[in-house]
Design a protein around this ligand. Structure first.
Ligand code: FES
Length: 175
């Protein structure tokens, strides 16, 4: 009888651990889907209304998660420019696989976000930068360069944010 109780307790513990792992995995997958949606949104402007895109992205993310035990989404690194192309305190826009990307050099640190303001498509690469905040040149919405998050209206949504990798002179982003 004691052994049966012990067995049941062990089964409960295992179930509990499995449930915890499931919740962590689900949260991670949802975050990754949100990131992809922001990128697709930046390109097409309507991803959140398209349930099939969400479903497909969800599948892709689940595959990414399962193939990468570190928990980090591993995208493809694409070189976008050389360090000397964007001096400290300046910014530029590049087009990568149909996506307009604004690249900023803030005191030697590079940031890359979607170039197209979600309000009326103002070019964020031409915006004024203060710290890690960029102000849209058209109607002054502000975005966080670290996350692409919108900080002040009238922009209704965030723009995509890209991981930047600098190796030697090459500046690359993860797609
Ligand atoms: S276009 Fe950027 S705030 Fe209007």
């Amino acid at each position: 009888m004691d052994r049966d109780l012990q067995f049941i307790q062990e089964a409960r513990n295992l179930l509990h651990a499995a449930h915890e792992a499931y919740l962590k995995f689900r949260n991670f997958a949802e975050e990754q889907v949100e990131r992809h949606l922001a990128r697709v949104n930046d390109r097409f402007g309507c991803a959140e209304k398209d349930q099939s895109v969400l479903t497909d992205l969800h599948k892709i993310n689940l595959l990414s998660c399962s193939g990468n035990p570190s928990g980090e989404l591993m995208g493809e690194l694409v070189k976008i420019l050389e360090k000397r192309d964007v001096a400290p305190g300046s910014s530029t826009a590049v087009e990568v696989r149909g996506q307009k990307v604004a690249v900023f050099n803030v005191d030697g640190t590079f940031y890359a976000i979607g170039d197209t303001c979600t309000h009326r498509a103002g070019p964020l690469s031409e915006g004024e930068v203060s710290g890690t905040t960029v102000t849209c040149p058209w109607h002054r919405a502000q975005y966080d360069l670290k996350t692409g998050g919108v900080l002040t209206p009238p922009a209704p949504e965030s723009v995509a944010s890209y991981k930047v990798v600098v190796e030697g002179d090459a500046v690359s982003i993860e797609l």
